[in-house]
Design a protein around this ligand. Sequence first.
Ligand SMILES: Nc1nc2c(ncn2[C@@H]2O[C@H](COP(=O)(O)OP(=O)(O)O)[C@@H](O)[C@H]2O)c(=O)[nH]1
Ligand SMILES: Nc1ncnc2c1ncn2[C@@H]1O[C@H](COP(=O)(O)OP(=O)(O)O)[C@@H](O)[C@H]1O
Length: 215
Amino acid sequence: MLNEDAAAITRRGLMLVLSSPSGAGKTTLSRQLLDNDKQIQLSVSATTRARRSGETDGVDYHFVDTATFSGMIERGEFLEHARVFDHFYGTPSAPVEAALIAGRDVLFDIDWQGTQQLKEKAGSDLVTVFILPPSTRDLERRLITRAQDSMEVVQKRMAKAADEMSHWAEYDYQIINRDIATSLMELKSILTAERLKRERQVGLSAFVKALREGR
Ligand SMILES: Nc1nc2c(ncn2[C@@H]2O[C@H](COP(=O)(O)OP(=O)(O)O)[C@@H](O)[C@H]2O)c(=O)[nH]1
Ligand SMILES: Nc1ncnc2c1ncn2[C@@H]1O[C@H](COP(=O)(O)OP(=O)(O)O)[C@@H](O)[C@H]1O
């Protein structure tokens, strides 16, 4: 490798997990991160929940029925899957494996149950971030202003928020999502620092060897 190749040092792809109580802002943050950074791609989950307006099948989720979801479990197509609220959610393995092999990073918007399963499988490839709302009132307001769920579903999500937030300390990083621009900057900083970790830059020894040999 030549010294001019510093930008091309082989790097191991990482798996960035975002979790939060529903409504704290992880979908908004994920979309902005994906728009800002072409090295990371979203792991598109399969779900049995109904599509919301503004969501696209195959982009935000693969919307499937329960029979299709069960078939995917039986064929071992999921890296992890869990029941959240009244629906099933799962991460298809194949796209994740392909991205990591190609040295690309993968973003996961999954709950604490999925995060625990991924931790067992992926170990140090995993970087986990928990998003907290600034207050309970803000969380409720965000769920209501999103206007995608009935009041009954909003109440269900609020009732589950305390339970979800109890898992905050299982994550590597915590971001309090007051304003989106600051949260995005914090998330990008985490990603940048994690990419620079020695163990992820697998091409570094060869690069330094070439530097030391004056090549
Ligand atoms: N374990 C697991 N959780 C998922 C997956 N996809 C989404 N989730 C989680 O399911 C929960 C509900 O997601 P959703 O219905 O989109 O509502 P949201 O909370 O408003 O984003 C969120 O906590 C997501 O992070 C998945 O593939 N696996
Ligand atoms: N920092 C923020 N300040 C104000 N509103 C926000 C912020 N982050 C997200 N929102 C709004 O809150 C609602 C819920 O956000 P969303 O990203 O769908 O949350 P989640 O994916 O965690 O359920 C959306 O209407 C979004 O526009």
